[in-house]
Design a protein around this ligand. Sequence first.
Ligand code: NAD
Ligand code: KDG
Length: 259
Amino acid sequence: MMGILEKMRLDGKKAFVTGGARGIGKNIAIALVEAGADVAIVDVDLDEARKTAEELAALGAGTMALQTDVTVPEQVDAMMAEIVQRFGKLDIAFCNAGICINAPASEMTYEQWKRVMDINLTGVFLTAQAAGRQMIRQGSGGSIINTASMSAHVVNTPQPQCSYNASKAGVIQLTKSLAVEWAQQHIRVNCISPGYIGTELTLNSPTLKPLIEQWNAMSPLRRMGRPEELQAIAVYLAGDASHFTTGSDFVIDGAYTCI
Ligand SMILES: NC(=O)c1ccc[n+]([C@@H]2O[C@H](COP(=O)([O-])OP(=O)(O)OC[C@H]3O[C@@H](n4cnc5c(N)ncnc54)[C@H](O)[C@@H]3O)[C@@H](O)[C@H]2O)c1
Ligand SMILES: O=C(O)C(=O)C[C@H](O)[C@H](O)CO
């Protein structure tokens, strides 16, 4: 009988990770590879995506770097076609690319609002849709994991980010909707809601960096998370050990949203 760790292995499975060039996406791509999967790195930043793909190849994975803007349907279709041509199939989709624009609601431009919605919500829809269509064609099920945020649950302060918070709340309800629509095709759809995680998005932003001390004081663990602290949940959700898990949102925030 297979033990639990064996059941969590991803040998032979094929995956893509959007926003996979760096940060959370890169760390989850590494985890999927360590568990046995081949992983396509999908990102607008081709140079970084190539570097990450090279790191995955050094770990022994089948991989590729694809330049795709997740907001452009034609590019998402081309991405899916390239993955199927080179990997032969798709089992796991991690729809993760996202941005945050900090602007007060009263001053936010239409373009700022739309950009965040386009990448964070429409981009997740388009990439999850492409994955779901491919998994339906294959008839063998699959696992789709979307990146939401603790910002889907609470309003972060002091930085103003209404479009980000709204987009991430949308990701959770989109996830549940797809989970219900695709349940009979054995396509599981879940999302993760990380708390503050140390990546380019937070650590290298001149406006956000000065806020880190304040964020830490508001967090029971008194620190931000590290991207590798999201790896285990992603491997669990990607593989067959999580058969009965679909339509769920996993808040991984060091208890930030508990208080
Ligand atoms: N860092 C945090 O504190 C935190 C917390 C909760 C949720 N998140 C979410 O996690 C995800 C990853 O965040 P991160 O911290 O790793 O950010 P990051 O900025 O380090 O990485 C994001 C990646 O997405 C890519 N990207 C941006 N726009 C894209 C587009 N249109 N098409 C394809 N790729 C695109 C970027 O090039 C980059 O490689 C985002 O959805 C973010 O909202 C982050
Ligand atoms: O909570 C999130 O989802 C984050 O990404 C944290 C953001 O970086 C932060 O709130 C941006 O202002």
